[in-house]
Design a protein around this ligand. Structure first.
Ligand code: FES
Length: 132
């Protein structure tokens, strides 16, 4: 259910709703438990979902070989290293390798206009000034 933009405490802005259409995905740089990390945010069957960009097979990002990890037709995320397929709705591995293991889900919140992280583990990365 959507809510108004007035309740944004604890939210970390991702993008405008219109910037994540059905079948779209994007990589977002974050601090996850204070460490630089990234999250894959996608819209599938109308719902926005987000997963830490970390494969369950090996400590590699899902997009370490190429950036397209969400296949809108199959509804699966696929690790670009060895090809494990994950259910976009649950983050669960559907492949024989690591069958049943799950990506780390990150909580998101959608308002009438924007999409946000609502997860205590997530912070915005510090903005680096030119020359630092
Ligand atoms: S590192 Fe992702 S499938 Fe092997």
């Amino acid at each position: 259910m959507l809510s108004t933009d007035s309740d944004k405490s604890g939210l970390v802005y991702i993008c405008e709703r219109t910037e994540l259409a059905e079948g779209d995905s994007r990589r977002v740089e974050v601090l996850f438990r204070q460490q630089p990390d990234s999250v894959i945010v996608l819209r599938h069957l109308g719902e926005v979902r987000a997963y830490r960009n970390l494969c369950v097979h090996m400590p590699r990002t899902l997009d370490c070989e190429h950036g397209r990890v969400f296949d809108r037709r199959s509804g699966h995320l696929r690790c670009s290293m060895h090809g494990i397929a994950y259910c976009a709705e649950t983050g669960e591995s559907l492949s024989e390798i690591c069958l049943g293991k799950q990506l780390t889900a990150v909580r998101v919140f959608e308002t009438d206009s924007g999409i946000y992280f609502r997860d205590r583990r997530i912070r915005k990365p510090a903005v680096t000034q030119a020359g630092e």
